[in-house]
Design a protein around this ligand. Structure first.
Ligand code: URP
Ligand code: ZN
Ligand code: ZN
Length: 472
């Protein structure tokens, strides 16, 4: 059955125009234009509504074991929450838990494939590096994985040395792959955490106080220098600081092939949120900073100095001893309460995958900070381009997957845990009054969200084998 969405206003990364969209049985868009004639198609009237390409979230962590527990959204519940928020494609990070990368990839497919309810892909974390891994990296391309993440923090756990980072960058460049960087200074953090614990400074705010902002600046500049020497492209994930934004801008001006992603949480919240009695809700790495950082990050978003908005969605319960109801079943998963006595034991991460588009629309577009086209560029088109999925994803074009959000720019909601469908007991944007929200969400032509109704299914998400991306 084909579907004709009529009379909507299409918003792309560069244009706004009124048109109909015809979706064929194949799940692809077959035509876009005024007054399309398709007598056999099912008709949906989108008068007064906006038509956006489904969001692409380049940064999620579903079903991720860490801190003796596991992130509380799996590849079904997280996908469902994403869809309710207008996101139809996500890219999750594979842990390097086994000797061979192939085993790691297979393990992540095993977690995700039967659960996936929207389309998805994977990045590969490189937390152990040697000659054998270097030789195996090109084989990831056959798996449709074209991106590697490295860390300059989490000493002794995820961090690899600078010599290895340079070799990863070189291997990536030789194979048309993109390297993603978690930029903090692991050595400074290690020492400051030791000092804090010895001094009895165990409260939540110390998570941020032991991770100084300049660590992001020095790590970005250092690895940008290595990328330049390796002729590699680099993407800085979850950017949280003014100095990081400055270093990104500087490196781009010097011709380094470098791009940046920020996340909603870093645009709104500060270390003061971590000082509240429920401050553990904001614990993630890198941490919340201050108002100057918020403002500089907004400026980078507004000016296009930053290319994408991801979420780094990695939720935990605030109180994992108390069950919540999810799809009629009680569930409780250990969470932030693990760190009540000691901030180093608080699971790092927070929920955001379903919040990103609605929050960014109200705070970005409605408040006049960005245009609707910038909104689409940063939340959908740019991630699709950078991560090698464009124009299948991130676009409303004939031939693109019909991942379409019918967006109601007038709908007013009080956002929060109930609206967002994330499987956790809190929402950072609880009580925020939002204007503009998804009304219907299509995944490859299938209606998966209709107002408050969930029509998606486990296992209907498709793994997207990605190709080499673009440098924006
Ligand atoms: O606190 C966070 N962000 N947890 C997820 C892991 C990461 O570094 O992205
Ligand atoms: Zn990270
Ligand atoms: Zn992350």
């Amino acid at each position: 059955m084909s579907t004709l969405i009529q009379n909507g206003t299409i918003i792309t990364a560069s244009e706004t125009f009124k048109a109909d969209i015809l979706i064929e049985d194949s799940g692809r868009i077959s035509a876009i234009g005024r007054d399309l004639h398709a007598p056999k198609a099912e008709r949906i009237d989108a008068t007064g509504k906006l038509l956006l390409p489904g969001g692409v979230d380049p940064h999620t962590h579903f079903d991720l074991p860490m801190f003796g527990t596991v992130s509380s959204d799996d590849h079904y519940t997280g996908h469902k929450a994403a869809a309710f928020g207008g996101t139809t494609t996500v890219i999750d990070f594979i842990n390097q838990d086994f000797d061979s990368l192939k085993q790691c990839v297979d393990a992540w497919h095993k977690k995700a494939d039967d659960k996936a309810a929207i389309d998805y892909s994977f990045h590969m974390n490189i937390v152990n590096f040697n000659e054998k891994i270097a030789k195996e990296i090109p084989s990831l391309l056959d798996e449709g994985i074209t991106t590697l993440k490295i860390f300059t923090a989490y000493n002794g756990v995820l961090r690899i040395g600078d010599n290895s980072i340079f070799k990863v960058l070189r291997t990536a460049a030789e194979n048309g792959m993109l390297t993603l960087l978690h930029a903090e200074n692991g050595d400074v953090i290690e020492t400051l955490v030791d000092d804090a614990l010895k001094a009895g400074n165990t409260s939540t705010e110390w998570h941020a106080l032991t991770r100084p902002s300049w660590g992001a600046g020095d790590a970005i500049l250092r690895v940008a220098g290595m990328a330049q020497a390796a002729d590699a492209s680099l993407y800085i994930v979850h950017m949280n600081t003014a100095i990081g934004a400055d270093m990104l801008k500087y490196s781009r001006e010097q011709g380094v092939k470098i791009m940046g992603e920020t996340c909603p949480q870093y645009l709104f919240f500060t270390i003061d949120n971590m000082r509240q009695p429920d401050g553990a809700k904001w614990v993630c790495s890198p941490p919340m900073r201050n108002k100057t950082d918020n403002a500089r990050l907004w400026q980078a978003v507004e000016r296009g100095e930053m290319q994408t908005i991801g979420t780094d969605h990695c939720p935990f319960f605030f109180d994992g001893t108390q069950p919540i109801l999810y799809e009629g079943q009680e569930i409780a998963i250990s969470g932030k309460e693990l760190g009540v006595e000691d901030f180093t034991k608080t699971p790092n991460g927070l929920p955001a995958v379903g919040d990103r588009l609605p929050v960014m629309w109200t705070e970005g577009v409605v408040k006049g900070r960005i245009t609707p086209n910038q909104f689409v560029a940063m939340n959908s088109t740019n991630p699709a381009k950078i991560f090698g999925m464009y124009p299948r994803k991130g676009a409303l074009l004939p031939g693109s997957d019909a991942d379409i959000v019918i967006w109601d720019p007038e709908r007013k909601v009080t956002h929060g845990v109930a609206m967002s469908h994330q499987r956790t007991d809190y929402n950072l944007f609880e009580g925020w009054e939002l204007t503009g929200y998804p009304e219907k969400v299509f995944l490859r032509g299938e209606l998966i969200v209709d107002g408050d109704e969930w029509l998606g299914k486990r296992g209907e998400g498709e793994f997207i084998k990605r190709k080499e991306g673009e440098i924006l």
